[in-house]
Design a protein around this ligand. Structure first.
Ligand code: SF4
Length: 396
């Protein structure tokens, strides 16, 4: 049995450790690319959402590399996500890959522990010895997911200050390889200091006062850089701080009912959407309000073309929240037709708009004038975010 799973940005590091810790062979698909998207588009129903097509492309690539067992997360709905695994298995079999199996990994509520059964099924063992392996696999998975979350946080801040464009991107590639090769608990415990050390070695210009932008949206689009045209990197290289709390870790902790940040976002969005309607709708609304209250300069909402929950979020923001909170927002709907030219122009126009708004606020607000005309914000962010800010301030 050779396991694989679809791409979701750097999160292959955490999924790989989950399965290799169970003693299984793993094949990582090539990073999502034009060829994978072409295959996904060709064999998927035309009106299915874009992540379905992209993940079919990744699966075909993994099968061609030798994988025979494909793991696909599923949810209980209420959108199309609940059907991905079973429909994808049929499509792949119809394409001629008769011997493959798509195993659904149920993540609707991780406290019902259905995922333990899935891991038993995948590993083919239920004995007591195997349980110790399960525990180790889950601990390593969660630890690596948390470290990936920290890398994402640091990336969003440091890139806006880097003097040599591309340094942060190279550093992250290097860090991901190091994290992939870190496979003992004591080393994992120390890895956060490796992240901080590597980022503190970056050549940064601390005199900058970058715009701050919140980024949120559907999870696959938000985490996979190929399908979102690497939006976080583009924003960072325009000297904009990117704040994205959505990550694999954020999602897993939420599914264990331990994510208090998400509970706060649910509280903020409750007057507009009182329940989970799929995708990230509820949390996107909460993020928009949260970032507006924290004094951000703008907000990016990204989602797949034809994604019902995210289009609902967009409509509520446009028709209701924008009038109340007045935080500039730009929407990106991605699919296989998305291209770089118009995308870059829109981002540049959005940046100009945010600078204009900030300058006007500074002119009109005595608080900013007293602060040397720098825009100031209330205290914001988790411990690691504030540690990163401190590292930049202490740089020479
Ligand atoms: S969240 Fe959107 S893109 Fe994802 S399965 Fe649901 S409808 Fe499709």
């Amino acid at each position: 049995m050779i396991i694989s799973f679809p791409n979701m940005g750097p999160n292959w590091v955490a999924f790989k450790t989950l399965f290799t810790s169970l003693g299984l062979d793993v094949i990582i698909p090539d990073p999502t690319n034009r060829e994978a998207i072409k295959i996904g588009v060709k064999y998927s129903p035309e009106f299915v959402c874009f992540p379905f097509k992209a993940t079919i492309g990744d699966f075909v690539n993994a099968i061609e590399k030798g994988a025979d067992t494909l793991i696909m997360a599923i949810d209980c709905g209420p959108c199309r996500f609940g059907f991905y695994a079973s429909v994808q298995e049929r499509i792949l079999k119809d394409m001629g890959y008769k011997d493959i199996t798509v195993i659904p990994l149920d993540q609707a509520d991780l406290l019902d522990f259905k995922w333990v059964k899935t891991l038993q099924e995948v590993s083919g063992r239920k004995d007591l010895f195997m349980y110790t392996k399960f525990v180790k696999a889950v601990i390593f998975f969660i630890k690596k997911a948390k470290l990936l979350n920290d890398i994402q946080t640091a990336e969003g801040i440091f890139r806006a200050y880097e003097r040599n464009q591309g340094d942060t991107t190279d550093l992250i590639k290097n860090l991901l390889n190091k994290l992939d090769q870190t496979n003992t608990l004591p080393e994992l415990k120390k890895f956060k200091s490796v992240i901080k050390q590597d980022f503190s070695n970056l050549d940064t210009d601390k005199t900058r006062n970058p715009l701050r932008v919140g980024v949120s949206g559907e999870i696959h689009i938000s985490l996979e850089p190929y399908v979102n045209l690497d939006i976080r990197r583009k924003l960072g290289e325009m000297n904009i701080e990117v704040h994205q709390s959505l990550s694999l870790y954020d999602w897993v902790v939420h599914k264990f009912h331990l994510n208090y940040h998400r509970k706060w976002l649910e509280h903020l969005s409750r007057p507009y959407v009182p329940m989970d309607i799929g995708g990230e709708c509820q949390w996107v609304l909460g993020e928009y309000i949260d970032k507006a209250q924290a004094g951000f300069d703008g907000f990016v909402h990204q989602y797949p073309f034809l994604c019902m929950p995210e289009v609902t979020a967009r409509t509520i923001i446009t028709n209701k929240l924008k009038g109340i909170y007045d935080l500039p927002i730009i929407y990106f709907s991605f699919d296989e037709q998305s291209g770089l030219a118009g995308f870059r122009t829109r981002l540049e126009a959005f940046s100009d708009l945010m600078y204009g708004r900030r300058n006007k606020e500074i002119e009109n607000n005595a608080k900013f004038i007293a602060n040397g005309n720098k825009k100031i914000y209330p205290h914001y962010g988790d411990l690691f975010y504030n540690e990163c800010v401190q590292l930049i301030q202490n740089s020479v």
